[in-house]
Design a protein around this ligand. Structure first.
Ligand SMILES: Cc1ncc(COP(=O)(O)O)c(C=O)c1O
Length: 277
């Protein structure tokens, strides 16, 4: 038997409220069975999201005390900027309060009526930001990703044949960007293979469409590539991460997932003209 013992201690305890079956029935009825209308205080085990559910490390809590709140030129920002640049290789970094704020900035600039955005699957906040701008969000998930009981290593892949057809049908000029969500959280947190990222990039480049990554679970996706994709077993995860981002023109990030923060996010990119907007 192989036992994995986590190399950390968790030191804080937060009380939670246990409600009765009758109370839970009433809560569900009052919310019209819509989980977005339930108050989180009423939820014992929250399966709606993985957002902000991890414990922060002692260094992260300590970092809050070391944070410099200067009106301008804060060293905390430069530390943050360097970390994002080192991981993504993208020089332009815009901090946001969480993932949906990055999406709001990006799609209110690039979106609008008559525009189309394509993804393996847009997360619900991303789709909402796109549709709010008047544009259309199109999910082109691979076939095996649509069947939860079918085992396959990379069920978050984007269907590249459908991608080509969709670009031809909608017109490349009307598609401001294509986005890969890694991992595909709305599809059960399924990973995307490096091969799929490469193929999507190749098609996007052919049609001069920028490729963005919704990077919430980039580290976990890299781990899946290491253990499931041929040729990566001996590649360290940071190198896999670098390769993933090397195919991207930009990314949005909710730091509440693989960065284990309580709150935070960013938008990063290569294009200085777009960053200026
Ligand atoms: C894939 C993905 N994108 C974007 C978001 C939105 O991030 P946030 O909750 O930080 O606004 C989430 C949140 O769960 C997500 O899972």
């Amino acid at each position: 038997m192989h036992t994995i013992i986590e190399p950390f201690r968790i030191k804080s305890v937060e009380p939670i409220y246990f409600n009765s079956k009758e109370e839970r029935i009433r809560i569900l009825e009052d919310a019209f069975y819509n989980p977005f209308l339930i108050h989180s205080n009423d939820v014992l085990i929250d399966l709606l999201t993985d957002s902000g559910t991890s414990a922060m490390s002692s260094n992260q809590w300590g970092g809050i005390m070391r944070g410099d709140e200067s009106y301008a030129g804060s060293p905390s920002f430069f530390r943050f900027q360097k970390a994002v640049q080192d991981i993504t290789g993208m020089p332009l970094v815009i901090p946001t309060h969480q993932g949906r704020a990055s999406e709001k900035i990006l799609f209110s600039i690039l979106g609008g009526k008559g525009k189309y955005f394509i993804s393996n699957t847009f997360f619900d906040t991303t789709r909402t930001n796109i549709e709010f701008s008047g544009a259309e969000a199109i999910d082109l998930l691979c076939e095996e990703g649509k069947f939860p009981s079918v085992p396959a290593p990379f069920k978050g892949n984007l269907d590249t044949e459908l991608l080509k057809q969709c670009i031809i049908e909608k017109g490349a000029a009307n598609i401001p960007l294509c986005m890969l969500t890694i991992t595909n959280n709305s599809g059960g947190g399924q990973p995307v293979s490096m091969q799929n990222i490469q193929e999507v990039k190749k098609i996007c480049s052919e049609y001069k469409i920028p490729l963005f990554i919704d990077a919430c679970r980039f580290a976990e996706n890299a781990w899946f590539i290491k253990i499931r994709e041929k040729g990566y077993a001996d590649t360290p995860v940071p190198e896999i991460v670098k390769e993933i981002f090397s195919y991207a023109d930009g990314c949005t990030m909710s730091a509440k997932k693989d960065a284990f923060a309580n709150i935070g996010g960013f938008l990063a990119m290569h294009d200085a003209d777009l960053a200026q907007l």
